[in-house]
Design a protein around this ligand. Structure first.
Ligand SMILES: NC(=O)c1ccc[n+]([C@@H]2O[C@H](COP(=O)([O-])OP(=O)(O)OC[C@H]3O[C@@H](n4cnc5c(N)ncnc54)[C@H](OP(=O)(O)O)[C@@H]3O)[C@@H](O)[C@H]2O)c1
Length: 330
């Protein structure tokens, strides 16, 4: 099978498409024939080894000292069940599925344990749309759940046009919040389409000087300082530091000890329960994928470069295969 293989840590051109052996599922695993996947900010971060300085050594030990131990990136995907292990009960050959599991999705086939974050695709979505859901939507859901978001809450999403931000806006709206999206001029229209009640263009307006107060501030790009957060925080507000570096982890810990501002940091984990929530919200039309561009697997390095630009809107989709007859690819 063909796969995008990461030969070293570095620029997008360390990713090259090669032929490698097709994997065989174990007894409790399924083999997914990938139709679409994406290059996420997480993939680009792993490729370039962009980790906070404080985590450099443990991350290097874990991921590979001289070069990556795991060469095939890709976490979110959609496709069809090609084969199943003897003990698999949740899936049948031919099922259209989507899901998320870090590594291995930038390939024509991927092995996934039956119990992983994998489920059937909502029937109103095409493969590209389904592949563009899990990473951004499950991350935004994880952080909004940790904030215990309530109807009527005033939410500010900073970095609202990225994969996480687009779902942060839609999910906060779905939970009944009043949502303000901070983005650049060209993305203001997209934010309105996604349901933002108010928009702030960071090119022309300082979000911390509008006089507005918020209950939840979701910062996806590590641009909201603790000082700025204090200026805009309503009583009991929390800062969701989605893209926290080592400094913000430290601030969050200290703030907990010293009863300072509520800063929430962490790593979203992909769970089947959250994927099922995302599935039903997409099925009902409460959330939808935002797709920046779609490229074939052979041009995956260009998608990595788009992510590195920091200007991606929503997801950078990679089409890996044609959908089988009767199933629209997009
Ligand atoms: N904690 C976790 O578990 C977790 C999970 C997933 C992702 N993350 C992290 O969260 C971050 C965001 O992920 P993502 O996938 O959403 O990234 P992304 O899709 O690559 O974000 C790109 C977007 O960021 C916006 N942006 C860039 N600079 C900005 C600025 N100065 N002010 C406002 N917006 C700005 C851009 O909009 P403009 O062009 O309008 O500037 C662009 O639309 C990544 O660093 C990722 O590693 C963390």
């Amino acid at each position: 099978m063909q796969a995008a293989v990461q030969t070293a840590y570095g620029a997008p051109d360390v990713v090259v498409v090669r032929d490698i052996p097709k994997p065989v599922p174990g007894e409790d695993e399924v083999l997914v024939r990938i139709v679409a996947t994406t290059v996420t900010s997480g993939d680009a971060r792993l490729r370039a080894f962009r980790v906070p300085a404080a985590f450099w050594l443990p991350a290097r030990l874990f991921l590979g000292i001289r070069k990556p131990k795991r060469a095939i990136l890709g976490s979110e995907f959609s496709g069809e069940i090609e084969a199943i292990g003897r003990d698999v009960r949740r899936f049948r050959i031919g099922d259209r599925v989507f899901g998320m599991q870090v590594y291995g999705a930038h390939a024509q086939y991927k092995i996934v344990p039956e119990t992983a974050a994998l489920t059937t695709m909502p029937d109103n979505l095409d493969f590209n749309e389904a592949a563009a859901l899990p990473f951004g939507a499950m991350t935004a859901l994880y952080f909004l759940q940790r904030a215990k978001i309530q109807p009527g809450a005033r939410v500010l999403v900073y970095g609202a046009s990225g994969a996480v931000g687009c779902f942060g806006v839609q999910l906060a709206r779905h939970f009944g919040a009043h949502v303000t999206a901070v983005t650049s001029t060209g993305n203001l229209g997209l934010m309105r389409e996604l349901g933002a009640d108010a928009v702030i263009d960071y090119k022309t307006t300082d979000f911390a000087r509008t006089g507005a107060r918020y209950d939840v501030v979701m910062d996806t790009v590590n641009r909201v300082s603790v000082g700025q957060f204090r200026k805009i925080a309503a009583l009991g507000a929390c800062l969701l530091a989605v893209d926290a570096g080592g400094g913000m982890f430290l601030r969050a810990g200290l703030a907990r000890l010293l009863r300072g501002p509520r800063i929430i940091v962490g790593m979203a984990t992909e769970t089947l329960a959250d994927l099922e929530t995302i599935r039903s919200l997409a099925q009902s039309g409460a959330i939808r994928a935002t797709i920046d561009s779609t490229l074939p697997l052979a041009r995956i390095a260009e998608a990595h470069a788009l992510v590195d630009s920091g200007r991606k809107r929503g997801a950078a989709v990679i089409t890996v295969a044609e959908a089988r007859p009767g199933v629209p690819a997009s």
